[in-house]
Design a protein around this ligand. Structure first.
Ligand SMILES: [Zn+2]
Ligand SMILES: [Zn+2]
Length: 285
């Protein structure tokens, strides 16, 4: 419900102009370009101040002055060493997390890896910008650091070991047995090919004319609930456990930032190639 045209943190003259625009409708922390009744105010800030909001009313207050009942601190501006700073959002300060509003008709914003963006009510982290001709998406989530599972190279030792999916025994170079989760005993091993077949059925990954755009999410073992590793190695070769389509650069990898456990199912990576004609990013909403 709030947005600031933050003045440049100018050296001279020693003032910051803050323009606030508020509106009554709840728009889930997004700037509402369609709001008709904007309450706009301009403040000239000459010293450290705290900006607070009470409904659509925005006020600029001296630091340490007592806030009116029910008001919400938005922004803390600090004057220090001849500069003005916006205090970074943290539980101990009075600043809210600030977002830059990017309107599609404007010059836009040049994305870099690590940026957090909001599209509609979803938040994404820019994990990777693949621009070089040989780049492929790195399938890695923040909390699952690209774990790797080595396939056993000792096929003789596994000659009598059963695969828990197909119930056939034996491991070969083409289809090695792997131990991808915490399961032990008679269900410890599975053929790489059998596991991939099972995953393919769960993930709905489609090849085809999308330039290799897809939604990747890590899957867990249904028995022990351990997340399957992202990669497997056979000898010196490392490959994604999931058989993902080849992605045409340039592409972007966006990680869903999930707020609560209810959205757990949507956790994952949107791999989006712009090397082919595909729907615009806003279609993720
Ligand atoms: Zn098998
Ligand atoms: Zn398991």
């Amino acid at each position: 419900m709030d947005q600031f045209d933050q003045g440049q943190m100018a050296h001279l003259p020693l003032a910051v102009q803050v323009i606030s625009s508020t509106w009554a409708r709840d728009s889930h922390d997004l700037f509402d370009f369609e709001a008709h009744h904007l309450h706009t105010k301009t403040f000239t800030v000459l010293q450290s101040m705290v900006c607070v909001r009470n409904d659509t009313e925005v006020m600029m207050m001296r630091e340490n002055s007592s806030m009116p009942m029910g008001s919400d601190p938005l922004l803390r501006i600090i004057q220090k060493d001849g500069y003005f700073w916006v205090d970074k959002a943290s539980p101990s300060t009075s600043s809210k997390k600030l977002w830059r509003v990017v309107r599609d008709s404007s010059a836009g914003h040049h994305l870099t890896e690590g940026d957090i963006i909001k599209l509609g009510r979803f938040k994404f982290k820019v994990r990777q910008l693949g621009t070089s001709p040989l780049a492929q998406p790195e399938l890695r989530l923040d909390d699952a650091n690209g774990a790797c599972c080595p396939a056993s190279l000792d096929h003789e030792a596994l000659a009598a070991t059963l695969c828990r999916i197909c119930l056939l025994e034996g491991s070969t170079e083409e289809d090695p047995l792997i131990s991808p989760c915490m399961c032990k005993g008679s269900i410890e091993f599975v053929h790489l090919g059998c596991l991939r077949y099972w995953i393919r059925g769960r993930l709905n990954l489609t090849d085809g004319a999308t330039g290799g755009s897809y939604f990747y999410r890590p899957l867990a073992c249904e028995l022990c609930k351990a997340i399957y590793p992202t990669y497997v190695t056979t000898g010196s070769e490392r490959m994604p456990l999931v058989e993902v389509p080849k992605t045409t650069p340039p592409f972007i990898v966006l990680e869903n930032l999930v707020r609560d456990s209810q959205q757990h199912a949507s956790r994952g990576l949107h791999v989006h190639s712009s090397g082919a004609q595909v729907p615009t990013m806003t279609s993720y909403d």
